[in-house]
Design a protein around this ligand. Structure first.
Ligand code: MG
Length: 335
């Protein structure tokens, strides 16, 4: 029996989760929400994490009904992510590891998403679409690595959506992407936008500039409603993602596709992926907001896999890094 506590704080969610042999015992989270029209800055986000760290940690222990001496290992997000929030969260993890005299394990955030998705859905060897505010990658496992088959060459798809939400001054509560999704459901008129797929990669920054520049005029003239623009943006960026995911599945002969990351709980993205999967005779796996949005349990779960395969991270190596690619980690827990 192995009990792992995981600390996540690479972006604007602070999460602490406890996992015991494939069972999520607790997974509380606190999200830093900025006013409409504003993004979250590293310094302020780190302050949020520091302010809420002890509360969220206590909640995780209480909900799991577990005491520190029952915990075997402390997992934390090493990266990728925003520097200051990563460091604030890692300091909490290092502090409790020393207070409780427990080993630590440094986890790649992207791998946390993949392992959480596999645990919750039961997908065995899926092609993974990882889509969030900071990451956009198509990933598949091969020879002890999660290999990146395609990715964004500039901004993440979630960042594209978040920044368009700022143009429309949409609320960031619970997330800008959620509010875009709700408006998009009422969109009727499609605006053609740049569709940028380059081989296996995608690009969103030109598309974002295009719609950012034109939106104020189109809205003012009444040619398009905010709902129409949200609809057009979602349809375009999701189609790009489905295209590269399908190509990776064809290459790998994959019969499973798993969507993870914060954008992964978007129902329209899931529906579009389902159509593609069905046409290929493949099965779609997705999770809801509890598990696809950044959380502590996903770090605990990846840590659990790593720990069981013999890995730990010496205290003096428990640093953070803003850049940490998915394929840098040797996957010692899969055959
Ligand atoms: Mg994430």
């Amino acid at each position: 029996m192995v009990v792992v506590i995981g600390f996540e704080g690479s972006a604007n969610k602070l999460g602490v989760g406890i996992v015991k042999d494939g069972i999520v015992l607790s997974n509380p989270r606190h999200t830093y929400i900025t006013p409409p029209g504003q993004g979250f800055l590293p310094k302020d986000t780190a302050k949020h994490h520091r302010e809420h760290a002890l509360d969220v940690l206590q909640k995780a222990l209480d909900e799991a009904n577990i005491s520190p001496d029952e915990i075997d290992v402390i997992a934390y997000t090493k990266g990728p992510g925003m520097g200051a929030p990563l460091v604030s969260t890692a300091i909490v993890a290092r502090t409790v590891a020393q207070l409780w005299r427990k080993p630590m394990i440094a986890v790649n955030h992207c791998i946390g998403h993949i392992e959480m998705g596999r645990l919750i859905t039961g997908a065995v060897n899926p092609t993974v679409l990882y889509v969030s505010g900071g990451n956009t990658q198509v990933i598949a496992y091969s020879q002890r690595r999660y290999r990146i088959f395609g990715e964004t060459i500039d901004i993440a798809v979630g960042n594209c959506l978040d920044r368009f939400a700022r143009v429309l001054k949409l609320s960031n509560d619970p997330s800008p992407g959620y509010n875009i999704e709700q408006l998009a459901k009422k969109g009727k008129k499609f605006l053609e936008l740049p569709y940028v797929v380059k081989g296996m990669d995608v690009s969103f920054s030109g598309l974002l500039s295009f719609i950012e520049e034109r939106a104020p005029q189109l809205l003012e003239k009444g040619e398009y409603s905010p709902e129409d623009l949200c609809f057009s943006l979602q349809e375009t960026v999701f189609a790009m993602l489905i295209e590269i995911t399908e190509r990776a599945m064809a290459h790998c002969g994959s019969e499973e596709v798993l969507i993870v990351g914060g954008v992964g709980c978007n129902k329209r993205l899931q529906a579009m992926m389902e159509v593609m999967a069905q046409e290929r005779g493949a099965k779609l796996y997705a999770t809801d907001e509890r598990f696809c949005i950044d959380n502590g349990a996903m770090i605990a779960q990846a840590g659990w896999e790593m720990y069981r395969s013999g890995q730990t991270t010496p205290l003096k190596e428990t640093s953070c890094t803003q850049r940490f690619r998915t394929d840098e980690v040797e996957v010692t827990w899969r055959s």
